[in-house]
Design a protein around this ligand. Structure first.
Ligand code: 13P
Ligand code: SF4
Length: 331
Protein backbone atom coordinates (compact mmCIF):
# COMPACT_ATOMS: atom_id res chain seq x y z
CA UNK A 1 0.00 0.00 0.00
CA UNK A 2 1.22 3.51 -0.77
CA UNK A 3 2.19 5.67 2.20
CA UNK A 4 0.03 8.73 2.52
CA UNK A 5 1.65 12.17 2.45
CA UNK A 6 0.74 12.66 6.11
CA UNK A 7 2.41 9.45 7.29
CA UNK A 8 5.49 10.25 5.25
CA UNK A 9 5.66 13.71 6.76
CA UNK A 10 5.01 12.72 10.38
CA UNK A 11 6.67 9.32 10.21
CA UNK A 12 3.78 7.53 11.91
CA UNK A 13 0.01 7.01 11.88
CA UNK A 14 -1.31 9.92 13.90
CA UNK A 15 -4.85 8.78 14.68
CA UNK A 16 -6.02 9.31 18.29
CA UNK A 17 -6.86 6.11 20.16
CA UNK A 18 -10.22 5.39 21.75
CA UNK A 19 -10.18 6.04 25.49
CA UNK A 20 -9.76 3.14 27.94
CA UNK A 21 -8.25 0.89 25.30
CA UNK A 22 -6.39 -2.08 26.79
CA UNK A 23 -3.39 -1.71 24.49
CA UNK A 24 -1.68 -4.96 25.45
CA UNK A 25 -4.85 -7.00 24.84
CA UNK A 26 -5.69 -5.18 21.59
CA UNK A 27 -2.18 -5.50 20.20
CA UNK A 28 -2.20 -9.22 20.94
CA UNK A 29 -5.60 -9.64 19.21
CA UNK A 30 -4.45 -7.74 16.11
CA UNK A 31 -1.20 -9.67 16.00
CA UNK A 32 -3.06 -12.99 16.00
CA UNK A 33 -5.72 -11.88 13.50
CA UNK A 34 -3.08 -10.70 11.03
CA UNK A 35 -0.50 -13.43 11.64
CA UNK A 36 2.07 -10.78 12.53
CA UNK A 37 5.29 -11.21 14.47
CA UNK A 38 6.76 -8.43 16.61
CA UNK A 39 10.55 -8.25 16.72
CA UNK A 40 11.92 -5.90 19.38
CA UNK A 41 15.45 -4.70 20.11
CA UNK A 42 16.79 -4.48 23.68
CA UNK A 43 16.93 -0.69 23.42
CA UNK A 44 13.17 -0.10 23.15
CA UNK A 45 11.15 0.62 26.30
CA UNK A 46 10.27 -2.23 28.69
CA UNK A 47 6.56 -2.38 27.78
CA UNK A 48 7.46 -2.86 24.12
CA UNK A 49 10.16 -5.43 24.91
CA UNK A 50 7.58 -7.38 26.89
CA UNK A 51 4.98 -7.41 24.11
CA UNK A 52 7.51 -8.45 21.46
CA UNK A 53 7.45 -12.08 20.30
CA UNK A 54 11.21 -12.01 20.11
CA UNK A 55 13.41 -9.55 21.96
CA UNK A 56 17.06 -9.61 21.01
CA UNK A 57 20.18 -7.96 19.71
CA UNK A 58 20.66 -7.06 16.05
CA UNK A 59 21.92 -10.49 15.10
CA UNK A 60 19.18 -12.44 16.90
CA UNK A 61 16.53 -10.23 15.28
CA UNK A 62 18.01 -10.64 11.79
CA UNK A 63 18.05 -14.41 12.37
CA UNK A 64 14.44 -14.29 13.59
CA UNK A 65 13.45 -12.29 10.52
CA UNK A 66 15.12 -14.87 8.28
CA UNK A 67 13.16 -17.79 9.72
CA UNK A 68 9.73 -16.24 10.44
CA UNK A 69 6.60 -17.76 8.92
CA UNK A 70 4.46 -14.72 9.80
CA UNK A 71 2.78 -12.70 7.04
CA UNK A 72 3.64 -9.37 8.64
CA UNK A 73 6.80 -8.35 10.51
CA UNK A 74 6.52 -5.39 12.87
CA UNK A 75 9.99 -4.15 13.72
CA UNK A 76 10.42 -2.33 17.01
CA UNK A 77 13.89 -0.91 16.62
CA UNK A 78 15.32 1.46 14.06
CA UNK A 79 15.08 1.85 10.31
CA UNK A 80 18.18 -0.14 9.29
CA UNK A 81 16.93 -3.12 11.33
CA UNK A 82 13.54 -3.06 9.61
CA UNK A 83 15.35 -2.73 6.26
CA UNK A 84 17.33 -5.87 7.03
CA UNK A 85 14.06 -7.70 7.79
CA UNK A 86 12.62 -6.51 4.47
CA UNK A 87 15.75 -7.50 2.53
CA UNK A 88 15.39 -11.01 3.97
CA UNK A 89 11.62 -11.04 3.31
CA UNK A 90 10.92 -9.09 0.12
CA UNK A 91 7.45 -10.66 -0.22
CA UNK A 92 6.33 -9.94 3.32
CA UNK A 93 4.89 -6.75 4.70
CA UNK A 94 7.41 -5.11 7.04
CA UNK A 95 6.01 -2.42 9.30
CA UNK A 96 7.87 0.10 11.46
CA UNK A 97 5.87 2.21 13.93
CA UNK A 98 7.87 5.36 13.14
CA UNK A 99 9.71 5.86 9.87
CA UNK A 100 11.83 8.54 11.55
CA UNK A 101 13.45 6.01 13.87
CA UNK A 102 16.85 6.37 12.22
CA UNK A 103 20.34 5.85 13.64
CA UNK A 104 23.14 8.39 14.09
CA UNK A 105 25.71 5.77 13.18
CA UNK A 106 23.94 4.80 9.96
CA UNK A 107 23.58 8.50 9.14
CA UNK A 108 27.32 9.00 9.54
CA UNK A 109 27.79 6.99 6.34
CA UNK A 110 25.83 8.56 3.47
CA UNK A 111 26.08 6.51 0.27
CA UNK A 112 27.98 9.10 -1.81
CA UNK A 113 30.58 9.77 0.91
CA UNK A 114 31.00 6.04 1.44
CA UNK A 115 31.49 5.39 -2.28
CA UNK A 116 34.21 8.09 -2.32
CA UNK A 117 35.87 6.47 0.70
CA UNK A 118 35.87 3.06 -1.01
CA UNK A 119 37.35 4.51 -4.19
CA UNK A 120 40.40 5.56 -2.15
CA UNK A 121 41.01 1.91 -1.18
CA UNK A 122 40.97 -0.29 -4.28
CA UNK A 123 41.51 -3.99 -3.67
CA UNK A 124 40.07 -3.93 -0.14
CA UNK A 125 37.27 -6.22 1.05
CA UNK A 126 34.50 -4.34 2.89
CA UNK A 127 33.01 -5.47 6.20
CA UNK A 128 30.09 -3.30 7.25
CA UNK A 129 28.45 -3.24 10.65
CA UNK A 130 24.72 -3.89 10.30
CA UNK A 131 24.09 -0.34 11.62
CA UNK A 132 24.16 1.15 8.13
CA UNK A 133 21.71 1.80 5.32
CA UNK A 134 20.86 -0.76 2.64
CA UNK A 135 22.88 1.33 0.15
CA UNK A 136 26.02 0.82 2.25
CA UNK A 137 25.23 -2.88 2.66
CA UNK A 138 24.97 -3.12 -1.12
CA UNK A 139 28.56 -1.79 -1.39
CA UNK A 140 29.89 -4.32 1.16
CA UNK A 141 31.26 -7.85 0.92
CA UNK A 142 29.83 -8.99 4.23
CA UNK A 143 27.82 -7.57 7.12
CA UNK A 144 28.52 -8.11 10.81
CA UNK A 145 26.92 -7.22 14.12
CA UNK A 146 28.61 -6.54 17.45
CA UNK A 147 27.97 -10.23 18.37
CA UNK A 148 29.78 -11.76 15.44
CA UNK A 149 32.19 -9.01 14.29
CA UNK A 150 35.30 -10.81 15.51
CA UNK A 151 34.33 -14.08 13.82
CA UNK A 152 33.38 -12.34 10.58
CA UNK A 153 36.72 -10.51 10.48
CA UNK A 154 38.57 -13.73 11.25
CA UNK A 155 36.78 -15.47 8.37
CA UNK A 156 39.08 -13.51 6.03
CA UNK A 157 42.68 -14.64 5.38
CA UNK A 158 45.19 -12.84 7.60
CA UNK A 159 46.78 -10.98 4.70
CA UNK A 160 43.47 -9.75 3.22
CA UNK A 161 43.21 -5.96 3.02
CA UNK A 162 40.06 -5.02 4.95
CA UNK A 163 37.87 -1.98 5.44
CA UNK A 164 35.62 -1.87 8.49
CA UNK A 165 32.67 0.54 8.41
CA UNK A 166 30.91 2.60 9.57
CA UNK A 167 31.68 2.39 13.32
CA UNK A 168 35.28 3.36 14.05
CA UNK A 169 34.99 2.38 17.73
CA UNK A 170 33.81 -1.16 17.04
CA UNK A 171 36.37 -1.41 14.23
CA UNK A 172 39.15 -0.22 16.49
CA UNK A 173 38.10 -2.69 19.19
CA UNK A 174 38.01 -5.57 16.70
CA UNK A 175 41.44 -4.54 15.39
CA UNK A 176 42.72 -4.74 18.98
CA UNK A 177 41.30 -8.22 19.67
CA UNK A 178 42.20 -9.75 16.30
CA UNK A 179 45.57 -8.08 15.70
CA UNK A 180 44.35 -6.83 12.31
CA UNK A 181 44.97 -3.43 10.89
CA UNK A 182 41.67 -2.79 9.14
CA UNK A 183 41.10 0.62 7.58
CA UNK A 184 38.29 2.25 9.55
CA UNK A 185 35.55 4.48 8.26
CA UNK A 186 35.04 7.51 10.51
CA UNK A 187 31.52 6.88 11.86
CA UNK A 188 30.16 6.61 15.40
CA UNK A 189 27.00 6.36 17.51
CA UNK A 190 26.01 9.48 19.41
CA UNK A 191 24.69 7.49 22.39
CA UNK A 192 27.83 5.43 22.93
CA UNK A 193 30.18 8.37 22.52
CA UNK A 194 28.59 10.40 25.33
CA UNK A 195 29.80 8.41 28.35
CA UNK A 196 32.12 10.16 30.78
CA UNK A 197 35.22 8.14 31.67
CA UNK A 198 35.86 10.45 34.59
CA UNK A 199 32.43 9.87 36.11
CA UNK A 200 32.66 6.13 35.48
CA UNK A 201 35.96 6.02 37.38
CA UNK A 202 34.35 8.00 40.22
CA UNK A 203 31.52 5.44 40.32
CA UNK A 204 34.02 2.56 40.35
CA UNK A 205 35.73 4.21 43.33
CA UNK A 206 32.38 4.62 45.06
CA UNK A 207 31.42 0.97 44.39
CA UNK A 208 34.66 -1.03 44.28
CA UNK A 209 32.61 -4.26 44.04
CA UNK A 210 30.97 -3.13 40.76
CA UNK A 211 32.05 -4.45 37.39
CA UNK A 212 32.09 -2.00 34.50
CA UNK A 213 30.66 -3.52 31.33
CA UNK A 214 30.47 -1.78 27.95
CA UNK A 215 29.20 -2.13 24.39
CA UNK A 216 32.00 -2.02 21.78
CA UNK A 217 30.50 1.10 20.19
CA UNK A 218 31.95 3.05 23.17
CA UNK A 219 35.18 4.99 22.74
CA UNK A 220 38.59 3.26 23.21
CA UNK A 221 39.46 4.74 26.67
CA UNK A 222 36.25 3.22 28.10
CA UNK A 223 36.81 -0.13 26.44
CA UNK A 224 40.35 -0.27 27.82
CA UNK A 225 39.16 0.07 31.43
CA UNK A 226 36.03 -2.09 31.02
CA UNK A 227 35.87 -5.41 32.87
CA UNK A 228 33.88 -6.84 29.98
CA UNK A 229 33.09 -5.67 26.43
CA UNK A 230 30.30 -7.20 24.39
CA UNK A 231 27.13 -6.87 22.34
CA UNK A 232 23.85 -6.44 24.20
CA UNK A 233 23.33 -10.22 24.22
CA UNK A 234 26.89 -10.82 25.41
CA UNK A 235 26.39 -8.26 28.21
CA UNK A 236 23.21 -10.04 29.27
CA UNK A 237 24.98 -13.40 29.37
CA UNK A 238 27.87 -11.88 31.28
CA UNK A 239 25.73 -10.45 34.09
CA UNK A 240 24.01 -13.84 34.49
CA UNK A 241 27.27 -15.76 34.88
CA UNK A 242 29.32 -13.22 36.82
CA UNK A 243 29.54 -13.59 40.59
CA UNK A 244 29.34 -9.80 41.00
CA UNK A 245 26.17 -8.20 42.33
CA UNK A 246 26.66 -4.71 40.93
CA UNK A 247 27.35 -3.51 37.38
CA UNK A 248 27.97 -0.16 35.75
CA UNK A 249 26.49 -0.51 32.28
CA UNK A 250 27.69 1.52 29.29
CA UNK A 251 25.09 0.97 26.63
CA UNK A 252 21.62 2.24 25.84
CA UNK A 253 19.35 2.32 28.90
CA UNK A 254 16.70 -0.05 27.46
CA UNK A 255 18.97 -2.99 28.22
CA UNK A 256 18.52 -2.35 31.96
CA UNK A 257 14.92 -3.59 31.68
CA UNK A 258 16.11 -6.94 30.38
CA UNK A 259 19.01 -7.10 32.85
CA UNK A 260 16.75 -6.44 35.84
CA UNK A 261 14.23 -8.97 34.53
CA UNK A 262 16.90 -11.65 34.10
CA UNK A 263 18.76 -10.91 37.34
CA UNK A 264 16.33 -9.23 39.76
CA UNK A 265 18.73 -9.55 42.71
CA UNK A 266 21.57 -7.70 40.99
CA UNK A 267 22.04 -3.95 40.78
CA UNK A 268 22.56 -2.15 37.46
CA UNK A 269 23.83 1.41 37.32
CA UNK A 270 23.61 3.21 33.96
CA UNK A 271 27.04 4.62 33.06
CA UNK A 272 26.90 8.42 33.45
CA UNK A 273 27.11 10.69 30.43
CA UNK A 274 29.27 13.78 30.04
CA UNK A 275 26.18 15.94 30.48
CA UNK A 276 23.97 14.88 33.41
CA UNK A 277 20.95 16.69 31.96
CA UNK A 278 21.02 15.33 28.40
CA UNK A 279 19.41 11.90 28.85
CA UNK A 280 22.12 10.71 26.46
CA UNK A 281 21.84 7.09 27.64
CA UNK A 282 18.61 6.91 25.68
CA UNK A 283 18.70 6.41 21.94
CA UNK A 284 16.15 9.02 20.86
CA UNK A 285 15.47 7.00 17.70
CA UNK A 286 14.70 3.76 19.54
CA UNK A 287 12.48 5.70 21.90
CA UNK A 288 10.28 6.88 19.01
CA UNK A 289 8.63 3.46 19.29
CA UNK A 290 5.59 3.58 21.60
CA UNK A 291 2.70 1.26 22.46
CA UNK A 292 0.26 3.70 20.84
CA UNK A 293 2.20 3.78 17.57
CA UNK A 294 2.55 -0.01 17.64
CA UNK A 295 -1.22 -0.38 18.01
CA UNK A 296 -1.94 1.95 15.08
CA UNK A 297 0.76 0.29 13.00
CA UNK A 298 -0.86 -3.11 13.45
CA UNK A 299 -4.38 -1.76 12.98
CA UNK A 300 -3.75 0.25 9.80
CA UNK A 301 -0.72 -1.76 8.56
CA UNK A 302 1.21 1.49 8.18
CA UNK A 303 3.89 2.80 7.95
CA UNK A 304 5.14 0.06 5.67
CA UNK A 305 8.84 -0.14 4.88
CA UNK A 306 9.20 -0.11 1.12
CA UNK A 307 12.39 -0.76 -0.86
CA UNK A 308 13.21 -1.15 -4.51
CA UNK A 309 13.69 -4.77 -5.63
CA UNK A 310 17.08 -3.76 -7.10
CA UNK A 311 18.37 -2.47 -3.78
CA UNK A 312 17.01 -5.53 -1.95
CA UNK A 313 18.85 -7.79 -4.36
CA UNK A 314 22.15 -5.91 -4.02
CA UNK A 315 22.05 -5.70 -0.21
CA UNK A 316 20.97 -9.32 0.30
CA UNK A 317 24.18 -11.25 -0.44
CA UNK A 318 26.37 -9.63 2.25
CA UNK A 319 23.64 -10.21 4.85
CA UNK A 320 23.16 -13.85 3.82
CA UNK A 321 26.92 -14.33 4.02
CA UNK A 322 26.89 -13.06 7.61
CA UNK A 323 23.98 -15.33 8.54
CA UNK A 324 25.74 -18.32 6.97
CA UNK A 325 28.98 -17.69 8.91
CA UNK A 326 27.00 -17.12 12.11
CA UNK A 327 25.34 -20.56 11.90
CA UNK A 328 28.48 -22.26 13.15
CA UNK A 329 29.01 -19.80 16.03
CA UNK A 330 27.76 -20.22 19.57
CA UNK A 331 26.99 -16.63 20.53
P1 13P B 1 23.62 -4.92 19.24
O1 13P B 1 24.46 -5.49 18.14
O2 13P B 1 24.15 -5.28 20.59
O3 13P B 1 22.19 -5.27 19.05
O4 13P B 1 23.73 -3.33 19.17
C1 13P B 1 22.92 -2.61 18.28
C2 13P B 1 23.03 -1.17 18.41
O5 13P B 1 22.33 -0.41 17.80
C3 13P B 1 24.03 -0.65 19.27
O6 13P B 1 23.90 0.71 19.32
FE1 SF4 C 1 22.07 3.84 16.22
FE2 SF4 C 1 23.35 4.44 18.44
FE3 SF4 C 1 20.70 4.28 18.47
FE4 SF4 C 1 22.22 2.05 18.21
S1 SF4 C 1 22.09 3.40 19.98
S2 SF4 C 1 20.41 2.58 17.04
S3 SF4 C 1 23.91 2.84 16.97
S4 SF4 C 1 21.92 5.78 17.34
Amino acid sequence: MQLTEEILEKGFVDIPLETNLDLVAEINILKKQKNAVILGHYYITGDLQDISDITGDSLALAQAAERTKADIIVFLGVHFMAETAKILNPDKKVLIPDLKAGCSLAESAPADKFADFLSLHPGYKVISYINCTAEIKAMSDVICTSSNAKAIVNSFPENEKLIFAPDKNLGNYINSVTGRNMVLYDGACMVHEKYSLEKIIELKNQYPDAEFIAHPECEPPLLIVADFVGSTTALLKYISHSMSRRFIVATESGILHQMTKNQPDKIFIPAPSIDATCGCNDCAFMKLNTMEKLYNTLKYEQPELLMSPELIEKAKQPILKMLEISKSLSL
